[in-house]
Design a protein around this ligand. Structure first.
Ligand SMILES: [Zn+2]
Length: 127
């Protein structure tokens, strides 16, 4: 589902999540009729950032879900992406349930806190 691929515009600091859905039109209900919108997130992003310095980023697999559930559609998530040399921390959220996920770069790093170590220990003790 999630291929963990992102494009980072170094000029604007914008992040685009590359998804399989990019290739397909978005169907929206307009006036009661389903319409195939010519929207293409990837193409829009590339057009908006034409001539900018774009870098391909890949998820490192490190993430943090404050709500605790990866399946909460409104849940905020923090995930790390890297181009091999640099690592960025992204904050993923959705303002409304019917809106696309939004990604922004935040300052900071994911660190393993005492709390998460404790909860991990607790979990492994149960097994
Ligand atoms: Zn740009």
């Amino acid at each position: 589902m999630d291929n963990g691929r992102y494009i980072w515009c170094r000029n604007c600091g914008a992040i685009h999540h590359v998804t399989a859905f990019d290739r397909y039109p978005i169907y929206a209900l307009a006036g009661g009729e389903a319409q195939a919108l010519p929207a293409n997130d990837w193409r829009d992003f590339m057009a908006r950032h034409a001539g900018h310095r774009l870098e391909a980023m890949t998820a490192t697999g490190n993430d943090y879900l404050p709500s605790g559930s990866a399946f909460d559609p409104m849940g905020i998530a923090y995930l790390e992406v890297s181009n091999g040399a640099e690592t960025l921390l992204l904050r993923r959220n959705r303002k409304r349930i019917d809106e696309a996920l939004n990604y922004e770069i935040v300052n900071g790093r994911l660190v393993q806190t005492e709390e998460s170590l404790k909860s991990k220990r607790k979990r492994s003790a149960k097994r």
